[in-house]
Ligand binder design. Sequence first.
Ligand SMILES: *Cc1c(COP(=O)(O)O)cnc(C)c1O
Length: 392
Amino acid sequence: MNRIPVMIPWMAEAEAEAVADTVRSGWVAQGPRVAAFETAFAARVKTQAAVAVSNCTTGLHLALVLAGIEAGDEVIVPSLSFIATANVVRHQRAVPVFVDVELSTQNLTPATIEPALTSRTRAVIAVHQGGIPLDLDPLRAFCAERNLVLIEDAACAVGSTYQGRPIGSGATYAAFSFHPRKLLTTGEGGMLVTDDLDVAARGRRLREHGMDLSAAARHASTTVALESYTEVGFNYRMTDLQAALGLVQLGRLEAMIARRRELAARYQEALSALPGLVTATDPVYGTTNFQSFWVLLPDSFPLSRDDVLQHLLDHGISARRGIMAAHREPAYAGHPHRPLPVTERLTDRSLILPLFHQLTTSDQDRVIDTLLGLSPVSARRTPAASTTRGNP
Ligand SMILES: *Cc1c(COP(=O)(O)O)cnc(C)c1O
């Protein structure tokens, strides 16, 4: 019995060739391929500018620096997120303030933010969790009215849409991840996108040690060009090796999303046999790329989340716990926070099922049948049930 992984990236010969070509070109650090990847990415997510960075975490940190967030400022974040969302606030010596999320999207909303506002609140890092888009219009209006900086953690959300527009569009700060656990991968990598060209220009300097002239620009110059360092920056650069990979990956995005949405619809239909099970789904205002397909076990479910994960593993299926809650981790022990009931319910009772481009429907049926077999109510489903759709 083959082991079904929770996720594998979709890469092929074209990616290998693109990286090999880059090696042969002799230019492997940030250079022409990074510039080309930025242009292509900005066009795809319909934003004015894209600044490639070493990963999404550095992209989020850069956004905080660009937004002028300083030591002691309060930044609202969901606890229910990969821990980097909260950590970047600490990197800036600012204070992460955890707020709860709305259950069906796992995203924060104005209603969950409001009770946590203080006179020191300066920014909100809102996450398009697992690819499900935030309800951006009300959130942007809420932040604008209160003079709060809105930073979108779009790590998982490449190709997701809000009111027909791609995530990233219309943002002053939105950061994407190209870690292999997301849709597009460059091994490690990230992209900060913005509609503000001044933000982009300063972002390009800050990711490169605060240098006012990039290495590529100096290389291209026909006269002696001396750089200067305008402020203290970082080395948050992406390499041309990564960008070469990213350019090929970007060409696969539509196919990746289409396949994921097809597989997600199969999960949704089959798992509707489990009474009370909540699954990841499109919100009314947009579409998800299904970076993660999560299910929330009903209270009546006879097994714990961990027992379900173990049962799946015993049947050769790798699933994962749902989104983590940062406030539960030792790194945040003693960090004060408001009650987070929805966050705790989601993190305790949800799990992420295998979903990736190459997942076959027969392997997916194995996941479905194994899961349905655990429920007393749905145990009547036969292994062939997925092919008997439409039969009386
Ligand atoms: C993956 C992820 C990150 C971190 O991305 P990296 O590219 O690995 O730094 C941040 N936020 C969220 C919500 C993520 O899922």
